[in-house]
Design a protein around this ligand. Structure first.
Ligand code: SAM
Length: 279
């Protein structure tokens, strides 16, 4: 058992001690006349079930900065609470969950909450599912599973928000960290990443050449103005927004197709075109 799995299990047992004293039933004990009752710590395919505390669900949805046209997917959706909470904020939301009993429970909870028309749940393996059309991804898995999902997440549309309960993404640093202490005993921290556009490469400006090296959302490189080569500093990509400093000047731009269009020091317009692209 990995250290992360042990941590998850230990916290689960803690939660169990004070919240499930009366839970005698497990999935395997389900009978036709007794409704399924989920059990904290029950086996999932790649990770056990521990629900995100509602306060953290709410914080994660705040961090997602939901817009009316967003579609959220929760990877390993458990009892459906994140999906249902997102739908209660007016957006469409989808859960992918391996355990069919949890899927049935989620559908029933969505009907009770009056949001069944905006949600869907699918019994499936997240690693064999296509969720590329989502604009917000939430997850509460394990560090190694997050890292396994990382290439799929990075291939999603720039600007997609990824919010993880408790676990990070290896060497891909989060863009934001949030924490709640309200009614939250464990798993009270969430991490957010905004899928960065790919701006790696050489760009042609009116009066020079910009070379960007990209590692996730971080940029370095050089700006050559024909006379001097200046270091690119504090370079960041947030979705399609690109910011950096060079030669003591602040550059901010938006990627639009093959063009970076923006302002120097907030006032002077500039356009950069990918080298090799027709203007
Ligand atoms: C820690 S729980 C989180 C549940 C829910 N997202 C929440 O935050 O309350 C992880 C969930 O992922 C499910 N799961 C584990 N491996 C999975 C896989 N490969 N595909 C789909 N679901 C999976 C488990 O059954 C469990 O319900």
């Amino acid at each position: 058992m990995t250290a992360a799995r042990k941590t998850l299990l230990a916290a689960t047992l803690c939660l169990l001690a004070f919240s499930t004293a009366g839970h005698a039933q497990t999935a395997s004990q389900e009978t036709a006349n007794a409704p399924f009752t989920p059990m904290l710590g029950q086996e999932g395919k790649d990770v056990i079930w521990v629900p995100t505390p509602q306060e953290l669900v709410d914080l994660m949805l705040d961090m997602a900065e939901l817009k009316p046209d967003d579609t959220l997917v929760d990877l390993g959706s458990g009892d459906g609470r994140t999906v249902i909470s997102a739908a209660q904020r007016g957006i469409r939301a989808h859960g992918i969950e391996y355990n069919p009993d949890m899927v049935a429970l989620s559908n029933s909870a969505a009907r009770t909450a009056g949001v069944a028309d905006r949600v869907s749940f699918k019994q499936a393996d997240i690693f064999e599912s296509d969720f590329s059309s989502a604009s917000v991804v939430t997850l509460f898995l394990l560090p190694n599973l997050n890292v396994k999902l990382r290439p799929t997440l990075l291939a999603m549309k720039p600007g997609t928000r990824v919010i993880s309960n408790a676990f990070t993404m290896g060497d891909w640093e989060p863009d934001e960290v949030g924490e709640t202490s309200k009614n939250c005993a464990s798993y009270c921290k969430a991490y957010k990443w905004v899928i960065p556009a790919n701006v790696q490469g050489t760009w042609t400006l009116n009066n020079g050449t910009l070379t960007l090296n990209q590692t996730y959302q971080k940029l370095d490189g050089t700006l050559n103005d024909g006379k001097t080569e200046h270091e690119v500093q504090e370079g960041r990509v947030l979705g399609t927004q690109v910011t950096f400093r060079a030669n003591n000047q602040n550059y901010s731009a938006t990627l639009n197709g093959g063009t970076l269009q923006g302002f120097l020091n907030g006032t002077t317009p500039f356009i950069a075109t990918r080298a090799g692209t027709q203007r």
